[in-house]
Design a protein around this ligand. Structure first.
Ligand SMILES: *[C@@H]1O[C@H](CO)[C@@H](O)[C@H](O)[C@H]1NC(C)=O
Ligand SMILES: *[C@@H]1O[C@H](CO)[C@@H](O)[C@H](O)[C@H]1NC(C)=O
Ligand SMILES: *[C@@H]1O[C@H](CO)[C@@H](O)[C@H](O)[C@H]1NC(C)=O
Ligand SMILES: *[C@@H]1O[C@H](CO)[C@@H](O)[C@H](O)[C@H]1NC(C)=O
Ligand SMILES: *[C@@H]1O[C@H](CO)[C@@H](O)[C@H](O)[C@H]1NC(C)=O
Ligand SMILES: *[C@@H]1O[C@H](CO)[C@@H](O)[C@H](O)[C@H]1NC(C)=O
Length: 677
């Protein structure tokens, strides 16, 4: 019975995909109508109600019902659009919708998964416009072996609003035991027979395999990646599925979720601000993936490694609010195009973002707009070898985070971060900053390195700090003799190969997403079977001749050996008494060591080494970047020749396909000209 239904859906999705192109116009006008209606005062929305039962409560606003177990605060049921439960009813009540956290401590060095069960329920607000409930668990020193953290999980339902909000406050008091936390998130496991179509962005959306399909498949080099050998939807046969293929930078991940075809229903996680996420706008994380699962990842070590473990020692106190995030539900009438639910979800995301910071969360730990401050100004760049004049920092990323060194924001994991982007002329405004002390940081595509404003920023409620012009002096010693790539903290501009045709994800066969394919680490050996990559600055083109990842060579029998890449370049009139500078910007590093030799042999001592660096695992997880590293290597003119020179780049740590680096950008600078032009 169920099988038969699936087959029908198969055709249905194909038909829908065709329809989308034809009906895009109709869909748009329908959504306009709905949004006009929303502003129409005459629409009556029933009051929000809180129904209290023996072991659960129900939040009910007439549009949807959300059932929460008491006192644990697990989301056990979401009733909407005539569907009894959007969550997977087959799973235990504590395995459908929940907050969780992964932690360890000196006494418990192995990771513990904690679903943060509440022990007490408090009704914070209950009136016709809003219900807010709080599930609390309080730690005390008699609870040895338990997570030393106070938990306050909140759920909010508003009148007339098709969804619900959730946030949490985590707190440690002074003197509490040592603690390491490596992951915190909300998980939703949706009904498997309903949700087949996943959408992460305009270009990244597709029919997904079921978890049963994954069970009946061949596990590839790690358990998350499988080859679908016998999927229910025959057209998925032979494809790879891996949740890490659906990761996004946090800056690009403000809405994602799932669509059911019958009845046409959308389930979306909307993140209206990234202020509570760790490590800045470039932090990557999981979004939605086969299951069907939708996640809101608040912090994790994904694409970064150990630096993003929250580490509390010496009784350090801490308190942080995560969220609110919004679970948005939408629907169209049966027979209408369900794929129209994606643009509607995007529109809703824009609306939520505009409303940030929300004025309705009741916790006093969530400050409203008037208790926040802002910083504005203009960022300029001074690099006399690029331009005689100051340059505008067009589209620079600029933000405030805990005080630290330049670039420390990408490893910062306990505070709040507030980011904005400069306009075309370099003007910026960072709004809605919580009160506190911060450093102002920036970086911009096209320029190496990290900017930090030299004075600490102290935000008080209502602060409006105007900095006027601030100037970034990026690392620079002399004129560019040659360069490879674009300095933008990503390896995306380099050569990304086609995957092995037997290991395809059909979603990613074209740029710019080809790097998300499985197994590209082994394609290097296919393309360079005998000799490693050689790049001539005169005749090579980085888009086609520079492999996107410096990986190990597969010599068979699961054996991987280090590789050495060569850059050939000519110099004339070398000043043997002067210094030259090699800038090495890395977009990723994993258990790697990059050694540099100039006009030497592989066996010689390197003139520079990074030492063992990185744990971001971006090669295995199909990222095009992990954390950013910038090295400057001083080269005495005496080792260079007024003819052909060779730089040898060796990634010396073999033994695994996933140890390696990605380059962001390489530049050789000549000696300082010392003459102001
Ligand atoms: C929510 O629950 C109430 C009480 O059981 C019920 O009357 C109502 O129809 C439900 N609403 C939805 C949207 O399912
Ligand atoms: C898939 O396998 C896991 C582990 O054996 C099992 O718990 C789960 O129920 C299976 N899921 C399906 C849909 O078959
Ligand atoms: C901010 O820094 C100032 C001095 O630099 C200090 O007096 C103040 O206590 C700090 N405020 C916070 C909230 O840390
Ligand atoms: C492959 O590696 C294993 C374990 O290192 C070794 O025992 C075996 O002889 C190797 N096979 C070949 C063909 O080299
Ligand atoms: C160096 O210059 C010579 C002579 O012009 C030329 O043949 C050679 O290709 C150049 N090599 C590189 C790496 O640019
Ligand atoms: C070149 O660098 C070396 C080592 O840093 C330094 O001692 C020397 O003074 C520099 N030479 C010039 C001409 O700047």
């Amino acid at each position: 019975m169920a099988r038969q239904k699936k087959c029908g859906w198969n055709l249905r999705w194909l038909a829908i995909l065709l329809q989308t192109f034809l009906l895009a116009q109709c869909a748009a006008s329908r959504w306009q109508k709905i949004h006009q209606n929303e502003e129409d005062d005459e629409i009556y929305y029933p009051p929000v109600q809180l129904h209290d039962f023996e072991d659960h409560i129900v939040l009910d606003n007439g549009i949807l019902n959300v059932t929460l177990s008491t006192p644990e605060g697990m989301i056990t049921k979401i009733t909407y659009n005539g569907i009894h439960n959007l969550l997977e009813q087959e799973y235990n009540e504590n395995n459908r919708g929940y907050w969780d956290l992964v932690w360890s401590s000196p006494d418990h060095p192995t990771d513990i998964f904690d679903k943060l069960d509440g022990t007490n329920l408090f009704v914070i607000r209950e009136d016709e416009d809003q219900v807010e409930v709080s599930f609390v668990r309080t730690w005390d020193s008699s609870q040895t072996g338990l997570l030393p953290l106070n938990i306050d999980k909140r759920f909010i339902m508003l009148r007339g609003c098709p969804g619900f909000y959730s946030y949490a406050i985590f707190e440690r008091l002074q003197g509490w035991p040592d603690l390491h936390m490596s992951q915190g998130r909300i998980v939703f496991k949706l009904q498997q027979n309903l949700f087949e179509y996943m959408a992460i962005s305009d270009d990244r959306q597709r029919v997904m395999p079921t978890s049963e399909d994954r069970n009946r498949s061949q596990v590839l080099d790690y358990p998350e990646a499988v080859l679908l050998t016998n999927p229910t939807n025959a057209f998925l046969r032979g494809e790879v599925d891996d949740k890490y293929q659906y990761s996004s930078d946090n800056k690009d991940s403000q809405v994602h979720g799932w669509i059911a075809a019958d009845p046409p229903t959308g389930f979306w996680i909307i993140t209206p601000s990234n202020e509570f996420k760790t490590a800045g706008p470039l932090k990557q994380d999981l979004t939605s993936h086969a299951g069907p699962i939708a996640l809101s990842m608040f912090f994790s070590t994904h694409y970064a490694g150990v630096p993003l473990v929250l580490d509390f020692r010496g009784g350090e106190p801490w308190k942080k609010v995560f969220g609110p995030v919004f679970v948005y539900l939408n629907s169209v009438s049966p027979g209408e195009d369900p794929l129209a639910l994606w643009p509607d979800a995007k529109e809703q995301m824009m609306m939520e973002t505009k409303q940030w910071p929300y004025d309705f969360p009741m916790s006093e730990d969530f400050p409203p707009a008037k208790q926040r401050g802002r910083v504005s100004g203009r960022l300029l760049v001074r690099d006399r070898y690029m331009s005689e004049r100051l340059m505008t920092a067009s589209s620079a990323y600029i933000g405030v985070a805990r005080p630290g060194d330049p670039g420390s924001w990408q490893r910062e994991n306990k505070g709040y971060q507030f980011w904005s982007q400069c306009d075309a002329l370099g003007y910026f405004r960072i709004n809605n900053i919580r009160a506190g002390n911060y450093s102002l940081y920036a970086w911009l595509p096209g320029i190496i390195g990290d900017y930090k404003y030299n004075i600490q920023i102290n935000i008080k409620p209502g602060s409006k700090i105007r900095l006027r012009n601030v100037v970034y002096d990026p690392p620079r010693d002399g004129p560019t003799l040659w360069e490879i790539g674009i300095p933008d903290r990503s390896a995306a501009e380099f050569y990304v190969p086609d995957p092995n045709p037997t290991l395809l994800n059909q979603l990613y066969t074209v740029q710019p997403d080809k790097f998300r394919q499985y197994g590209l680490w082994d394609r290097y050996t296919d393309l360079y079977p005998d000799q490693d990559l050689v790049y001539s600055v005169e005749s090579s083109i980085y888009q086609t001749d520079w492999y996107f990842a410096h990986v190990n060579r597969n010599i068979g029998n699961k054996t991987y050996v280090p590789t050495t890449w060569r850059i050939l370049f000519n110099l004339t009139d070398v000043d043997t008494s002067a210094n030259y500078t090699l800038r090495l910007a890395l977009a990723s590093a994993n258990d790697a060591e990059l050694q540099v030799r100039i006009n030497g042999e592989e066996g010689e001592a390197p003139c520079f080494t990074t030492g063992l660096i990185g744990k971001d695992n971006a090669i295995a997880r199909h990222g095009i970047h992990g954390l950013y590293w910038l090295y400057s290597v001083c080269i005495g003119g005496s080792v260079l020749q007024s003819s052909t020179n060779i730089i040898l780049l060796t990634q010396s740590r073999g033994s695994s396909p996933w140890k390696g680096i990605m380059y962001d950008y390489i530049r050789l600078e000549g000696p300082s000209s010392n003459t102001q032009t």
